[in-house]
Design a protein around this ligand. Structure first.
Ligand SMILES: [Ca+2]
Ligand SMILES: [Ca+2]
Length: 84
């Protein structure tokens, strides 16, 4: 059963990587929860001030230009603090 001892650490590594990736894909939701002070589910420019990287990209992310970032706009922007 030598194969098992080789596969197990590999499987563990794959699972760990998968968990890390699923965590980072939740970062956008966390970003809204972290910055959404008035809890309307969107990030306004005032709320984005707390996150300079987000503020810098605000105009690009705000596709409809209404001054609010929705979950959908953040998802489309692929904005991810972890990658910076
Ligand atoms: Ca808000
Ligand atoms: Ca918008």
């Amino acid at each position: 059963m030598k194969n098992l001892t080789i596969i197990s650490p590999l499987l563990y590594a794959v699972l760990t990587t998968f968990l890390l990736f699923s965590n980072s894909s939740n970062a956008k939701t966390d970003l809204i929860e972290k910055l959404d002070l008035d809890q309307d589910g969107q990030i306004s420019i005032k709320e984005a001030v707390a996150e300079p990287q987000l503020l810098a990209a605000f105009g690009k992310i705000d596709i409809d230009g209404n001054g609010l970032l929705t979950r959908e706009e953040l998802a489309k922007s692929k904005f991810n603090l972890i990658e910076h």
